[in-house]
Design a protein around this ligand. Structure first.
Ligand code: ADP
Ligand code: MG
Length: 357
């Protein structure tokens, strides 16, 4: 018997670096995703259509470094949680761009976790699907992600953004149909990758924890009055914390506007999120700043980096009739700055992880 699940990549409309601060985020699933096929077999094996070969492993305790850990990681987590996991063969096939901040990794672990849950008759509920796919990335791969990627991939709904509250991991779909308002979400992959992303990410986490500790709160989510931050005498800590506190407010404000059907009015909030990530949180790079600035100059109502930063993608909310001009403006600006060609596509809010019959 073999079973198949599909799980999407994601973009985050707003709410960046808030997940590990018990804060709020507003991602949506992309149409691009990963299909995982799992079947019982004579031995453990992983195959990626993108790599074009199969890796056989003797045991789940000896997974080689690299992509095989994403593919067989969920099986190891399930076994470590006490489930009986017989030898399985897991094949993945994904059209999510890898390493662009669109969560190709979450698409893999979430689709595999779903497929294994079915194959092994575990019937995992929403909380367990999240816990297992997160542990596959956090513990087996060793990537210190805050949970946003897996939550978005598992629970997103077609035609909605997903309001994620990391204080209790609750989610709530909010209708989001930009096309009905003459708008598109344009995703621009800068194709820029930074070499020290994990170290920078860990440093931001540490700063946020230290700021919370000095303010005497369990997490920065508990700071509701930005004036409180004046008590931090360290300028860097104060700016890091200010990003998180103001970003949670921007997520709330965007949700309010979406509920009122005023999508275009969210644009300035997207742009202030970018400014905050650039100036206070310092996770942008020149290519991200250039893309965001150029898109707004070319007619986007707002633009911001999406994902962890230090490279990856910018998203912009763009009126239909400006999409072509905005796309070519970024291409021209990148060429003029001596950067490689960016890749742009329009994103449609799509379904979260599901079984394929
Ligand atoms: P992102 O999630 O932003 O794309 P990550 O660094 O978190 O970037 O995850 C990328 C890693 O996920 C790849 O280096 C690879 O190990 C794994 N991965 C993603 N998609 C595939 C795939 N189709 N085949 C094999 N491995 C994949
Ligand atoms: Mg990832």
């Amino acid at each position: 018997m073999s079973v198949r699940w599909r799980a999407p990549g994601r973009v985050n409309l707003i709410g960046e670096h808030t997940d590990y601060n018990a804060g709020l985020a507003l991602p949506f699933a992309l149409a691009q995703g990963c299909t995982a096929t799992a079947a019982t077999a004579d031995g453990f094996a992983a195959r990626s259509a993108q790599h074009g070969h199969t890796v056989e492993v003797d045991s789940l305790g000896e997974l080689p470094d690299g992509w095989v850990r994403y593919v067989l990681g969920p099986a190891k987590v399930l076994r470590d949680r006490g489930h009986d996991v017989p030898p399985v063969r897991v094949e993945i096939d994904s059209d999510v761009p890898v390493g662009a901040g669109l969560s190709s990794s979450a698409a893999v672990v979430c689709s595999v976790t779903g497929a294994l849950s079915d194959l092994l008759g575990l019937d995992l509920g929403a909380d367990d699907l999240l816990a297992v796919s997160r542990a596959a990335e956090n513990d087996v791969v060793g990537a210190p992600t805050g949970g946003l990627d897996q939550l978005a991939s598992l629970r997103s709904r077609d035609g909605h953004v997903l309001l994620c509250d990391f204080a209790d991991l609750s989610t709530e779909p909010v209708p989001f149909a930009p096309a009905d308002h003459g708008l598109r979400v344009l995703v621009v992959d800068t194709r820029v990758e930074h070499g020290h992303v994990d170290g920078e990410y860990a440093a931001r986490r540490t700063s946020c924890e230290e700021a919370a500790r000095r303010l005497g709160v369990a997490s920065l989510r508990d700071v509701t009055d930005p004036g409180t931050l004046d008590r931090l005498d360290d300028d860097v800590l104060r700016r890091r914390a200010r990003h998180v506190v103001t970003e949670n407010d921007r997520v709330r404000a965007v949700v309010d506007l979406l509920r009122r059907g005023d999508l275009a009015a969210t644009g300035p909030l997207l742009s202030s999120s970018h400014a905050s990530l650039r100036d206070d949180f310092e996770v942008t790079v020149p290519a991200l700043d250039l893309a965001a600035e150029t898109l707004v100059e070319a007619g986007a109502v707002g633009a911001r980096m999406t994902g962890g930063g230090f490279g990856g993608c910018v998203i912009a909310l763009v009126p239909d009739e400006r999409v072509a001009a905005a796309t070519s403006a970024v291409e021209v600006a990148f060429a003029a700055a001596g950067l490689g060609a960016p890749v742009a596509f329009t994103a449609h809010p799509s379904a979260g992880a599901h079984r394929l019959s």
